[in-house]
Design a protein around this ligand. Structure first.
Ligand code: ATR
Length: 276
C-alpha cells in the first residue's frame, strides 16, 4: 500500500503542502499520497488518531494546532522541545514522534536560498506567538550579534526572552514604540498582522543599510514588505521557509532529502495560497 501523509489544520483548504510533497515525491521517485485533513477546532487528537489508525504514516500540522500537536506526542526532538510546538508528526514503531522543522526551514531559506549570513547580525523579530517560538532556538544557533523581540503585548515577549536567555546571545524584549532609534540588519515579521493586511507599528529608521525584511506570511505582498521596500530594505516572503520546512519533514519521513529550490521557483511562478 502507498504510504499516506497529510497536512492537518483549520482552515486547511488553501494549503500548498500537498503540492509541495507531490513535487518532492516526483523528484525523488518516492511513492506517497499526501492529502489535507480539516480538523474541527476541538478535535485535533481524534482526527489525527483516526488517520493514523487507518494506516497514515505522518502529518504536518498547521495553524492553530501546533501546540496541541506537541501535547499529543509520545516522543519529541530537541527542536520540538525548544519550540514547545510541533509541525511534523512521524508515526514510527508504534510511537508518535514530534518534530519542529519551522526554524530549520527559516534558517535554510535565509542562509542558503537568500545567501544571508546571520552571524553577527542585529535581528529584530516582531511577534511573540507560535511562529516566533518555532524559530527562536535555530535563529540563536546561527549566532546573531543580538536578537530583539518586539510585541504588541510586551509581557509575551518578556516571557520568551526568559525562556531562551540561556543561549548566551544578547536577547531583549520591547514594545514597538521603544524601537525608535534602533537599527537592525534582519527584521522578521512573525506576527499574523499581514493576514489581515495590517502591520505592527514600526518606526521609519529601523532598517540598517542593506537590511533584509522577511515576512513569514507568503503568497502576496504584505503591508510590512511594502513598508520595508519603500524604506530601502530588501524583502522576502515566507514561501522559501514553507518549502524548506516541508523538505525537512520529507527527509524525516522518507530518509531522502529533496531539492527545495526548484519547487520554490515553480510555486513562485504558479501558485497562490496563504497557509502551510
Ligand atoms: P501564531 O501562532 O501564528 O504566531 P498567535 O500566537 O496568535 O499566532 O500570535 C500572533 C502574533 O501576532 C502575536 O505576537 C500578536 O501580538 P499579541 O501577542 O500582542 O496579540 C501579533 N499580532 C497580530 N496582529 C497584530 C497587529 N495588527 N499588530 C501587531 N502585532 C500583531
Amino acid at each position: 500500500m502507498t504510504d499516506r501523509y497529510a497536512v492537518v489544520g483549520n482552515p486547511v483548504a488553501h494549503s500548498l503542502s500537498p503540492e509541495i510533497h507531490a513535487a518532492f515525491a516526483r523528484q525523488t521517485g518516492q511513492q506517497i499520497e499526501y492529502g489535507k485533513l480539516l480538523a474541527p477546532l476541538d478535535a485535533f487528537n481524534s482526527t489525527v488518531a483516526q488517520f493514523r489508525d487507518a494506516g497514515g504514516k505522518g502529518v504536518n500540522v498547521t495553524v492553530p494546532f501546533k501546540f496541541a500537536a506537541f501535547k499529543f506526542c509520545d516522543q519529541w526532538t530537541s527542536a520540538a522541545i525548544d519550540a514547545q510546538a510541533v509541525n511534523t508528526l512521524d508515526f514510527r514503531d508504534g510511537k508518535i514522534v514530534g518534530h519542529n522543522t519551522d526554524g530549520a526551514g527559516l534558517i535554510t531559506d535565509l542562509e542558503r536560498n537568500l545567501q544571508l549570513s546571520i552571524r553577527d547580525m542585529r535581528v529584530l523579530i516582531m511577534g511573540a506567538g507560535g511562529a516566533t517560538c518555532g524559530i527562536m532556538q535555530p535563529l540563536l544557533d546561527a549566532h546573531p550579534e543580538s536578537v530583539v523581540i518586539a510585541n504588541r503585548t510586551l509581557e509575551k515577549a518578556i516571557k520568551l526572552v526568559a525562556r531562551f536567555k540561556k543561549s548566551g546571545i544578547k536577547l531583549s524584549a520591547t514594545s514597538y514604540d521603544m524601537l525608535a532609534g534602533a537599527q537592525f540588519d534582519l527584521v522578521i515579521n512573525a506576527t499574523s498582522a499581514g493576514l489581515r493586511d495590517e502591520m505592527p507599528p514600526l518606526p521609519d529608521g529601523v532598517f540598517a543599510d542593506g537590511a533584509l525584511a522577511y515576512d513569514m506570511v507568503y503568497g502576496r505582498p504584505t503591508p510590512f514588505m511594502d513598508f520595508a521596500r519603500t524604506r530601502g530594505a530588501q524583502t522576502a516572503d515566507g514561501l522559501g521557509m514553507l518549502v524548506e520546512q516541508a523538505a525537512e519533514a520529507f527527509w524525516i519521513w522518507r530518509g531522502v532529502r529533496p531539492e527545495a529550490r526548484p519547487v520554490i521557483a515553480h510555486l513562485r511562478a504558479h501558485a497562490s495560497g496563504s497557509e502551510n
